[in-house]
Design a protein around this ligand. Structure first.
Ligand code: AMP
Length: 694
């Protein structure tokens, strides 16, 4: 029978676990009984060696040693020269996975050909793909990759305790930090939101210790730094000792002398405060994103070897007001959770139902939570041009923190020549801001196969999906013919991302579009009407070509507020929609949004729209009509949508044309807004080409 095996492929340490015949996940130690294996590969003796002896080589300053390569995972150009050849981080990771596979086989006495492997939550698509590839190279099928915090929460959820808990998983490993809000109950694990920093981990604490030592021994500093290997290993030892006592000492051989370096815990802690502060900042972001406060959190679950440091535990307690939660080994939880996930997959394949026992024997203890809902840490987007056409922007299409699997379909205006040469080129990104510089580039997606008869202007609906592994999939449909289009992923050109950091070369005429949604948020909108308006705004957003369209939000009642200046970023728009509240601008109908719409859209290139939702009767109708007409005169098209006690005649007066005034009811609001957006999109420019095409 296939054993349920999970592997924590860590930056500094890795571990392998399985679910034992009692139904409990258990670490498989190495031959020496050690639960953790150093993620270090040494070529000092010729053939690659993984683990503790490789780490010894690192301490002896062997230059033929690779470590911390997980930090470069998925980086296509990163290579290390070792043992006479070039190694990619994927290949080095495969050596670690192969080592753990052999370790498991020796302990279990059966072949191990598949394993769930964990990754940091914020690993991007290329990093996740590289992890699966590393498994393949090691002879392991990887049926699922799961996030480290999800795995840790699952391991914790297997422990007896209150049926439902809302916890923050504080995962500080050797090279990475993840903070995730997770709900654990009897059925399963639901990750709500995650933040992370893949440049923050135990290594940074090591570096602070190294700096203290160099500071204390200025005369030997240059000699020590010339061969950093021994220092790196010494400070890690020292750090571990300082977790257990208030002062500790290491010896460093420098030339023909042995240096004794003593550091106190107090000195160490003083040098690391800003690192802790960084973790607090990310924790605050998670709370803010989920709209929760510390009072809503049952506790903080420390995960990762670095949470063994007393300063981290004190910090957690100071932040949360509660001692850190216990019950799982901080550096084994991830591997244990991965093994549990492997068992759940095997059970599902064999037919065990999630909602109760099926026909097969459970592999995992029957009382264990089995439904695992993960999220995506990265928004998915594509490169577009800004409205003025003088800058590339990252247009976010599928916002982060959606639960996976998920899919989002968005339209694109496209001009089809119909001569067989039509090609829609999409540069997919993972990143949160409009700025293309910090984005990860997933690839160049080429859409072809347009039917000959759909010549001229067309709309292509592109569906972006994250699968269970948070790996991206793209499909495309030609809207007018309904034909499925061919999508193929090509390598990134060498000049990406540099190309997108420079102004676009304008090869084509394109008409950008800017549209503001203006919401009447007077008192009568409270409750169901506001919820319907928010839903309608989301339906509107889903139908816009965000590569050519910027969307902004204005709210008004007694006062007018610009809730969001126009942007290409769907995540920002969604957040602004979620934040709309009745009462923030008063409760009456004293004002109208037209002056602000006119100002916001003055001087903006391309077509400009204000879509105004009215629910009651406005006090100053003649003033509103006058200001609406000023918008019309300036070329700002006003579309007026009314429901409830809105006045139809008035709607027709503020709209740019009779067809642009609509009266509806709450139930139809989303459909109406969706249609407006579709029409705006389908009536758009005919000469538009995606940036970079041809
Ligand atoms: P992980 O990636 O979760 O295995 O965490 C490894 C990190 O935890 C490394 O930076 C270790 O130096 C650190 N670590 C492990 N044990 C301790 C300890 N007792 N005190 C301080 N740091 C530790």
């Amino acid at each position: 029978m296939t054993p349920a095996v999970g592997i924590d492929l860590g930056t500094t340490y890795s571990a392998v676990a399985w679910v034992n015949p009692d139904g409990d996940p258990e670490i498989i130690p190495d031959a020496a009984g050690e639960p953790l294996t150093a993620s270090v590969v040494s070529f000092a003796g010729g053939a690659p060696v993984v683990g503790v002896s490789a780490k010894a080589d690192l301490a002896a300053d062997a230059t033929e040693v690779a470590h911390l390569f997980k930090r470069s995972m998925g980086n296509a150009s990163f290579r290390l020269s070792l043992g006479g050849r070039q190694w990619s981080p994927t290949e080095l990771s495969a050596l670690v996975l192969g080592h753990l596979k052999a370790q498991a086989e020796a302990a279990l006495g059966v072949p191990v050909t598949r394993a769930v492997v964990t990754v940091p939550d914020y690993f991007t698509h290329p990093q996740r793909s590289a992890t699966i590839e590393a498994g393949r190279l090691a002879g392991l099928e990887v049926p699922r990759i799961i996030s480290e915090p999800t795995a840790a929460a699952l391991a914790y959820g297997l422990r007896p305790g209150p049926r439902s808990r809302r916890v923050l998983v504080y995962d500080l490993g050797g090279g990475t930090f993840d903070i995730s809000l997770v709900d654990i109950d009897a059925e399963g694990i639901t990750v709500r939101s995650t933040e992370g920093d893949h440049e923050l981990g135990g290594r940074d604490w090591d570096e602070r210790l190294a700096a203290i030592i160099l500071d204390k021994h200025p005369d030997e500093a240059a000699a020590i730094e010339a061969h950093p290997g021994p220092l790196l290993v010494a400070v890690e030892d020292l750090k571990r000792m300082l977790s257990a006592r208030r002062a500790a000492e290491v010896r460093l051989v420098v030339g023909d002398r042995t240096l004794r370096c003593e550091v106190t815990r107090e000195e160490f802690e003083a040098a690391c405060r800003d690192l802790l502060q960084s973790t607090a900042q990310l924790t605050g972001k998670v709370l803010e994103e989920t709209g929760l406060t510390w009072a809503d959190i049952d506790g903080v679950l420390p995960v990762g070897g670095s949470t063994r440091m007393p300063m981290v535990r004190d910090w957690i307690e100071a932040m949360s007001g509660k001692p850190p939660m216990g019950g799982v080994h901080p550096d084994q939880a991830v591997a244990l959770g991965a093994a549990a996930q492997a068992a759940i997959l095997l059970e599902q394949e064999a037919g065990l139902r999630l909602d109760g026992p099926g026909d097969v024997e459970p592999i995992l203890r029957l009382s264990a939570p089995r439904r695992i809902v993960g999220t995506v840490a990265h928004s998915l987007g594509m490169i577009a041009e800004n409205a003025a056409g003088d800058r590339y922007v990252n247009s976010v299409l599928l916002p982060r923190n959606r639960t996976i699997p998920c899919v989002e379909t968005r339209p694109y205006q496209f001009h089809v020549k119909g001569d067989g040469s039509d090609l829609l080129e999409v540069f997919l990104t993972q990143g949160e801001t409009d700025d293309p510089a910090p984005c990860a580039y997933l690839g160049r997606y080429l859409v072809t196969g347009f039917p000959g008869r759909s010549r001229g202007r067309t709309v292509v609906d592109i569906a972006y999906a994250y699968d269970d592994n948070a790996i991206v999939g793209v499909t495309a449909t030609d809207r007018s013919s309904g034909a499925a289009l061919h999508v193929e992923v090509a390598d990134l050109p060498e000049d990406v991302p540099q190309r997108f950091l420079q102004p676009p070369v304008r090869a084509t005429v394109r008409e950008p579009l800017t549209t503001y949604l203006a919401f009447d948020l007077s008192g009568s909108m409270a409750g169901a009407p506001l919820a319907a308006a928010q839903q309608a705004a989301r339906a509107f957003l889903a139908q816009l070509d965000l590569t050519t369209t910027e969307v902004g939000i204005v709210s008004f009642s007694d006062r007018v507020a610009v809730s969001l200046p126009a942007t290409h970023n769907a995540a920002d728009v969604e957040r602004a929609i979620g934040r709309l509240t009745v009462g923030s601008t008063g409760v009456g109908n004293a004002t109208d949004p037209f002056r602000e719409l006119r100002q916001l859209l003055a001087g903006v290139e391309g077509r400009r729209f204000g879509v105004v939702l009215a629910d009651g009767v406005w006090y100053n109708q003649s003033g509103a009509v006058q200001r609406a007409h000023e918008c019309h005169r300036d070329g700002v098209e006003i579309i007026a949508v009314g429901f409830g006690s809105a006045d139809r005649k008035f709607l027709r007066k503020i709209a740019s044309s009779t067809e642009q005034a609509m009266f509806t009811n709450l139930g139809q609001l989303s459909a109406v807004f969706g249609t407006i957006a579709r029409e705006i999109t389908e009536s758009g420019s005919s000469d538009y080409r995606l940036p970079g095409a041809g």
